[in-house]
Design a protein around this ligand. Structure first.
Ligand SMILES: CC(C)(COP(=O)(O)OP(=O)(O)OC[C@H]1O[C@@H](n2cnc3c(N)ncnc32)[C@H](O)[C@@H]1OP(=O)(O)O)[C@@H](O)C(=O)NCCC(=O)NCCS
Length: 158
């Protein structure tokens, strides 16, 4: 990843900026996602504060601006990588890779057996990123999220 962007643990005071980032990113998919799916990915600042209190999030920061975010939900010894989004102007600079690697490292440090995730087939850039980092497709759920097909990917940790 190019400097000066850096990755750090998210804090509750980041909620407003993260909420805005999710709004911008998922509005790009307004015509491609079921409305319910898009809205479920666009928490209000208050909802985002709740997510931050419940789960672990990492942010990519450039000059105090949050330009990327990803979450990790630890359950049953597995880490669910969730809600990854990079601001449009900052894509293709290695930030998605750096955030995914941070989640993998966090999962390993916390004794997880795997990192897994769900995504939708239209997010081709994300699927390409996960495959590049060694994730394997492990499932396809038909009409799973408000009628949209969902794909599951996993990276088993050694
Ligand atoms: C998917 C996303 C997170 C990737 O973030 P990024 O910071 O651009 O990713 P990186 O720069 O680390 O790219 C890593 C790899 O991802 C893939 N990739 C990223 N953008 C791509 C594009 N526009 N076309 C094809 N592959 C792409 C490539 O394999 C790339 O490796 P390469 O540069 O060596 O070819 C970003 O595009 C994004 O936020 N998209 C919208 C939201 C989203 O899809 N979230 C994922 C939810 S599951």
């Amino acid at each position: 990843m190019n400097d000066p962007t850096s990755i750090r643990l998210a804090r509750s005071t980041d909620a407003e900026q993260i909420s805005r980032l999710y709004k911008d990113v998922w509005d790009e998919y307004r015509d491609e996602f079921p409305d319910e799916l898009r809205i479920s990915r666009q928490p209000s600042p208050e909802e985002m504060k709740t997510w931050l209190g419940r789960e672990t999030y990492f942010v990519a920061v450039d000059d105090d601006e949050i330009v990327g975010v990803v979450g990790c939900i630890m359950e049953h010894g597995a880490c669910l990588l969730t809600h990854m989004a990079i601001e449009k102007a900052y894509r293709r600079r290695g930030i998605g890779t750096a955030l995914t690697n941070t989640v993998i490292q966090h999962a390993k440090s916390n004794g997880a057996f795997k990192v897994w995730l769900d995504t939708v087939p239209i997010l081709r850039e994300a699927i390409s990123l996960y495959k590049k980092l060694g994730f394997l497709k492990s499932g396809h759920l038909k009409r799973h999220f408000w009628g949209a097909d969902v794909e599951l990917y996993e990276l088993v940790l050694t």
